[in-house]
Write a protein that binds this ligand. Structure first.
Ligand code: ADP
Length: 789
């Protein structure tokens, strides 16, 4: 890791150094001097065409090899330096001194070299930063460095102007120029199966030798100074041959790789690199280098031929951005591209104003000040639609689909993180498709995971037949469902949702596109990516549900454990109290201290009360056990409820003889017969009356009322004037073990089973239990028995 990081930093530093030196070279290039042919023509009277041949000496050097000798002189001086030219005219020598002039006049500026170079540097550095680990990206980086610095510096001697320091960009130029074709060849080879080229090392050596040789020529020639050494540059023609041969080899190899490309995407990528090479390097090689090698006059000037270089980094950038060359998937901000395009538009706009101005001013002399205004107006008229066209072109070329698609995937991933259920996830999936790729319908099927865990079972857009075949048949080569079945359901394709290694996978089904067009490769890629994201989110949701389920079961177990302990402690508490009083009474009776008949009667009454309490209590506990085991049985038969109610009231009264109890029973004279289990009804009533006593303070007024209903049933109500029940407790008092806090304060005895049993009894009778009243104002429980069926 440490080494890699150091490599990365070093490479970046090298890139930065090359860039810095290239910019330095470009600054020198701006001051490139030229022989003042015009001034010489005027001064000597010799025509421009004949002048180069007429000059015999310049700057004290004898001129022999005209082209190279003039370059040598201009390399030693700056613009404005006066140079003595000796011209042969009519058999005599004529000396004239003229200053060197600017090579790049206003019309010809080398801005294009700067832009091409900078763009190339940008592409190279960007690619390297994004894909430092990729060999091809590293080669591209070095290719961009070499190519861009050669383009930006443009020529070895152009920026020297007699300054030793400015020899540095010149040296860089030779090495960059010499290495460019070999790096290009290596880069191109990465598109083929063959990685190495026979004679590869030789190519490197040859290009390094070229670079070294011409650098040495430049440096020694200018430092000596020696025009003889400078003339060795004539050998440059061999380098041109080498350059041409390697570039042609690279183009041929790339073309073959294009033909053999395994996928459409790969072909698209190669096509753009190929276009960049042919259109970028072609004019320079065909119309400049080749004629020079052949000893002809090139039809294009060096500058014009080099202007095409800009195509090369442009094509590379296009291949990277649009066709993900090097797997680089950058989302470029639309507005950035628009701004750049607008900048270019404004530049062209200004240039057009200039052009129009020239056109108009040539025509008439009058009204000159209106010309720029008119030109601006006309240009503006033409550019308003041009701007929106540019936007359209940019959209179509770069963004329309891929941008929208990548944004859709990003949006989906971000939103999916916040979704907690499978159906919500499916809704999100459909909504995302609706935006990015409208289809007629979306369906899904995800089987529930292993037994015991409440996993996600998702079914949407499929009928039960389809689900049955999905569950039974394994997925065939055409997908999970036969094509005919898929069509019947209105879908066109099925995408797998891999949900882990072992479990069965789910499926997403997608209907035809609403546009009626077929799904393109790009559409498929979007669908697959979204399905993969959806599967990942489903796995996460499943995991979350499992965790929640486990926590819930643990909590339930803990709650059960707690209830068990509570139950045991309250049962033993309930049993101990009556046992203690029974023991005390029996000891008292035994001791003979309570001989008095009335006292004995009282004590025996108390004993009977405690015993019936105990009996009722045990009854409740046993009944609860039966209810829990679903083993509670009732003997339901026609029963007259009158005697049952009267019996209960009698029992309670006798047990509570001495208590401050005002128990009233209102039973109609005739029989009130319903289908009921008399023992169960008795048990229910005893529980209710027991509660009424327990939860009334001071003197206890209790009324038990039996009444037939018009539907042939009956109602038994038990009313007290006790503590009452709050509305929120009314929901819960029928749960086992629940006791209202107010009730616990009033009477600590009790386990909260009585009402649960009463409710069970009433349910078994097809009846119900109702409760009314308010806190502090007493309570009325009503048992409602249905009429006989
Ligand atoms: P326990 O009486 O043993 O607590 P129950 O199941 O019989 O158990 O009653 C459950 C709860 O219902 C009681 O704890 C109490 O809060 C409330 N409750 C029952 N009957 C009455 C009543 N007559 N007056 C006020 N509260 C009552």
């Amino acid at each position: 890791m440490g080494r890699r990081k150091a490599d990365f930093t070093l490479t970046l530093c090298a890139g930065a150094l090359i860039l810095g030196l290239s910019v330095f070279g470009f600054v020198g290039l701006l001051g490139r001097p030229a022989i003042p042919w015009g001034a010489l023509e005027r001064a000597t009277g010799i025509s421009r065409d004949l002048l180069p041949r007429a000059i015999v000496r310049a700057d004290g050097f004898e001129i022999r090899d005209r082209d190279f000798d003039f370059k040598f002189i201009t390399a030693r001086h700056r613009i404005g330096d006066p140079i003595e030219f000796v011209v042969a005219k009519d058999g005599r020598e004529l000396a004239v001194t003229e200053p060197l002039v600017l090579f790049y006049t206003q019309r010809r500026t080398p801005v294009i070299f700067f832009l091409t170079g900078m763009f190339g540097f940008l592409v190279g550095l960007g690619v390297f930063i994004l894909r430092a680990e990729d060999r091809r990206a590293r080669l591209l980086f070095w290719l961009c460095m070499a190519f861009s610095s050669a383009v930006m510096i443009s020529g070895e001697w152009y920026g020297v102007q007699g300054r030793a320091l400015h020899l540095m960009p010149g040296v860089l130029f030779f090495f960059a120029y010499a290495l460019t074709p070999v790096i290009l060849l290596r880069f191109v080879l990465t598109f083929t199966a063959r990685e190495r080229l026979p004679g590869g090392p030789l190519l490197w050596i040859v290009s390094l030798l070229f670079g070294g040789f011409f650098s040495a020529v430049l440096v020694t020639a200018l430092l000596s100074p020696s025009i003889q050494i400078f003339r060795q540059k004539t050998l440059f023609i061999f380098f041109r041959l080498f350059f041409g041969a390697v570039c042609i080899a690279a183009i041929v190899i790339l073309f073959l790789a294009f033909r053999a490309a395994p996928s459409r995407e790969r072909r698209d990528q190669i096509r753009w690199v190929l276009c960049g090479m042919i259109v970028g390097l072609g004019p320079f090689m065909l119309f400049y280098s080749l004629p020079l090698v052949a000893g002809l006059r090139p039809p294009l000037s060096e500058d014009t031929a080099s202007a095409f270089f800009v195509i090369m980094p442009l094509a590379l950038a296009f291949a990277i951005l649009k066709y993900k060359l090097l797997d680089i998937n950058v989302i470029i901000n639309r507005s950035v591209v628009y701004s750049l395009m607008t900048m270019v538009t404004v530049g062209v706009y200004l240039a057009s104003i200039e052009g129009l101005k020239g056109l108009f001013s040539a025509g008439s002399g009058a009204g000159r000040k209106w010309i720029p205004v008119g030109a601006a107006f006309i240009a503006a008229l033409a550019f308003a639609p041009a701007r929106s066209r540019i936007q359209l072109v940019v959209d179509r070329a770069f963004f329309r689909k891929s941008y929208d698609y990548r944004r859709a995937v990003l949006g989906f991933t971000t939103a999916a993180e916040k979704v907690h259920t499978a159906p919500d996830l499916l809704t999100l999936f459909s909504a995302t498709l609706d935006e990015a790729l409208p289809v007629e319908k979306v369906g899904a099927f995800v089987p529930a995971p292993g037994v015991g865990v409440p996993g996600i079972a998702l079914r949407s857009g499929l009928d039960y037949d389809a689900v049955a075949s999905l569950l039974t048949a394994p997925a065939g080569p055409d997908g999970p469902l036969p094509p005919a079945e898929l069509k019947r359901l209105g879908f066109e394709s099925a995408l797998p949702l891999p949900l882990g290694d072992d479990g069965p996978s789910g499926w997403i089904f997608v209907g035809p596109k609403r546009s009626g067009l077929k799904l393109t490769d790009e559409d498929w890629e979007l669908l697959r990516t979204l399905a993969a994201e959806m599967a990942a989110s489903l796995c996460r949701i499943r995991l979350q549900e499992e965790v929640i389920y486990e926590r819930a079961s643990r909590e339930k177990l803990e709650e059960l454990g707690r209830l068990k302990t509570e139950f045991i402690s309250s049962v033993s508490h309930e049993l101990r109290t009556p046992m203690t009083s029974l023991q005390a009474i029996s000891e008292l009776l035994n001791s003979g201290k309570a001989d008095e008949t009335s006292l004995r009667k009282h004590l025996i009454g108390l004993m009977a009360g405690e015993c019936s309490r105990l009996g009722r209590y045990l009854h409740n506990v046993l009944d609860f056990g039966h209810i829990e085991q679903d083993a509670m049985r009732y003997d339901i038969r026609p029963t007259d409820l009158g005697p049952v109610v009267a019996g209960v009231v009698e029992v309670v009264r006798s047990a509570a003889a001495e208590e401050d109890l005002d128990l009233e029973a209102k039973v109609p004279a005739g029989s009130v017969t319903v289908e009921a289990d008399p023992d169960a009804v008795r048990q229910a009533l005893l529980n209710l009356v027991d509660n009424a006593i327990k939860y009334s303070a001071g003197r206890k007024h209790i009324t038990v009322r039996l009444a037939p209903t018009s539907a042939g049933g009956a109602e038994i109500s038990v009313s007290d004037r006790g503590i009452g029940i709050s509305p929120e407790d009314r929901e819960r008092i029928f749960e086992a073990f629940y006791r209202a806090p107010e009730a616990v304060r009033q009477d600590p005895r009790g386990v909260g089973l009585g009402l649960k049993i009463v409710k069970h009894i009433m349910d078994a009778h097809g009846g119900e239990i109702a409760v009314s009243g308010a806190p502090g104002r007493g309570t009325t429980f009503t048992l409602k028995f249905p009429g006989r069926r």
